[in-house]
Design a protein around this ligand. Structure first.
Ligand SMILES: N[C@@H](CCC(=O)N[C@@H](CS)C(=O)NCC(=O)O)C(=O)O
Length: 122
């Protein structure tokens, strides 16, 4: 069943303006025409390390998408996958079995390769 996003199903996106992964999700939400509330998290000021945000996203990174029922989604590609399921057009993620497996591997490799303190906010 598809959610009627933008029609009463309010989403909240925790995002930093200069974060590449955040704007990946903002672009996706915009292209799909999904209405959402934005909650800025200033990475330069260290807001992502504050207890309130760390409770929401224990890896202390943006973006984080909170669904209306309180479900918390992290990792931009996982969020795009979710958005594709609830609002299929325009579709961003391929759905072949092999592609899905490769996507999981690529995401794991990306996370493993990044130094803990590095910030890709370019
Ligand atoms: N795999 C994650 C990576 C998220 C990520 O690394 N976000 C960066 C900003 S682009 C961040 O929050 N960095 C803060 C830090 O590393 O302290 C995703 O795709 O969402």
């Amino acid at each position: 069943m598809w959610l009627e996003l933008g029609k009463g199903e309010m989403l909240t996106l925790y995002s930093y303006s200069r974060s590449t992964t955040s704007y990946r999700v903002r672009i996706a939400l915009g292209l799909k025409g999904i209405v959402y509330t934005i909650r800025p998290v200033n990475l330069v000021a260290g807001e992502h390390r504050k207890p309130d945000y760390a409770r929401l996203n224990p890896v202390k990174r943006v973006p984080t998408l909170v669904l209306e029922d309180g479900t918390v989604l992290t990792k931009s590609i996982a969020i795009l996958d979710y958005l594709d399921q609830v609002v299929p057009s325009p579709r961003f993620c391929q759905t072949t079995t092999l592609f899905c497996a490769r996507k999981c591997l690529a995401l794991a490799a990306f996370d493993a390769a990044r130094p803990e303190k590095q910030m890709d906010a370019t």
